[in-house]
Ligand binder design. Structure first.
Ligand code: ARG
Length: 402
């Protein structure tokens, strides 16, 4: 019998996919869950898959790989789609797609399946990567083909004796880099998400009345030490999520443009991502020139767009990252941040590659900056604009005389 490998999260959507695939494709199902730092218990998911009668189940711990191959490039690119979203879900899809293809090879499967709908970005991210890695694999998207409402799905689940965990009215995706929450009451754009929606961020009414200062140290644009203690990336990100989340930091609530043309309301909690990117940006401002910074911003926007829109394997991403890698050679040093009641504020920074020259910048008498050369600079700096402005004024004057 032919085999299909399904990317399985243990949730309602991917659970109903198992009997549906069996019914419709007359195939054996192999499931795969990739651990990228979601809160779920992998043993429970494995048990669920086995209860659904799958031929084989794989649990893959890819947390370190997710950090090094996906989150690190995002940090170095200050990756924020539409200046807000740190791309947690978007980054995970090409990794999961890669694992699907690996397991399909190992199992000799003819097809792979995922639980994305036809309205979102995830279908694009999964399928572009899968097709790129192995064009011979058939891709099945049961939820998209089937087009069921949530109630119909629940009904089907019941008929197939699928045991459902605590089901949420929201569609939630989570990993180390954050939680993405959509749907349900959030579809009313004026509805404020209630406290129970959040798991990483403490409500402001319950956060500490004492501020906390933390320090984050980077080596070549990668965070390596938290409060002076060297940590692996998984632990560092978990600890940043915990610390910032405890101070109520990390919630994003915005309107996002999906790839398929839909505007949607997206709620995220991503304390670590927000804190690490903020610190990284601050350090870059200290060590990169003004020209490097402004050019890099354009690169960053393009990078985030490629990743958001499912083009992880696009060669341009590698090209952009080659530029970014050059800039990151200088991004070493420490950033201090104050955390208090939902607010994160950079309070200090230092770097061996610092371009800050105290002797130049100081207002004290010891300054080495020669102010006499500034008058000539001002003269020439504004020359073109001043000339054009006066010409404009003359034109206006002549018009008024007529
Ligand atoms: N809008 C985000 C993105 O496209 C989050 C998607 C979340 N997915 C989900 N199943 N809730 O990356």
């Amino acid at each position: 019998m032919k085999k299909i490998v399904l990317a399985y999260s243990g949730g309602l959507d991917t659970s109903v996919c198992v009997p549906w695939l069996k019914e419709n494709y007359d195939a054996e199902i192999v499931t795969m869950t990739v651990d990228i730092g979601q809160i779920d218990d992998l043993a429970v998911i494995q048990k669920k898959a086995e209860d659904l009668g799958v031929l084989n189940h794989y649990s893959i711990d890819a947390r370190q790989e997710f950090c090094e191959g996906y989150i690190f490039p995002c940090i170095r690119a200050n990756g924020l789609y539409q200046n807000k979203y740190p791309l947690g879900t978007a980054l995970s899809r090409p990794l999961i797609a890669t694992k699907l293809v690996d397991i399909a090879k190992k199992e000799g499967a003819v097809a792979v399946a995922h639980g994305s709908t036809g309205k979102g970005n995830d279908q694009v991210r999964f399928e572009v990567t899968i097709k790129g890695l192995d064009p011979s694999l058939e891709i099945i998207a049961p939820i998209r083909e089937w087009n069921l409402t949530r109630d119909q799905e629940l009904d089907y689940a019941q008929k197939n004796n699928i045991v459902l965990g605590k089901s949420s009215e929201y569609s939630i995706d989570e990993n180390l880099w954050g939680r993405s929450i959509e749907g349900g009451k959030l579809e009313d754009l004026m509805y404020e998400p209630s406290e129970e929606v959040f798991q990483l961020v403490t409500p402001l009414t319950k956060t500490s009345d004492n501020e906390e200062e933390i320090s984050l140290s980077f080596v070549e644009g990668i965070p390596k030490r938290l409060n002076g203690v060297e940590m692996g990336p998984v632990d560092l990100i978990l600890e940043m999520n915990r610390k910032l989340g405890a101070h109520g930091i990390g919630i994003i609530d915005h309107i996002e443009d999906r790839l398929v043309g839909i505007k949607s309301r997206e709620v995220y909690e991503c304390p670590a991502a927000i804190g690490i990117i903020e610190a990284h940006k601050e350090l870059e401002k200290l060590v990169l020139t003004r020209r490097e910074l402004s050019f890099k911003q354009r690169i960053e926007e393009e990078w985030a767009w490629l990743v958001y829109s499912g083009l992880w394997l696009e060669p341009l991403r590698y090209d952009l990252e080659a530029f970014i890698a050059l800039t990151q050679k200088k991004v070493d040093g420490e950033v201090k941040m104050k955390l208090y009641k939902g607010n994160l504020r950079v309070s200090g920074r230092s770097s061996p590659s610092s371009l800050y020259d105290y002797a130049m910048a100081t207002y004290e008498a010891s300054s080495t900056f020669d102010q006499t050369s500034s008058s000539g600079f001002v003269e020439l700096w504004g020359l073109g604009s001043r000339t054009a402005f006066r010409a404009l004024q003359r034109g206006e004057g002549e018009k008024n005389e007529k």
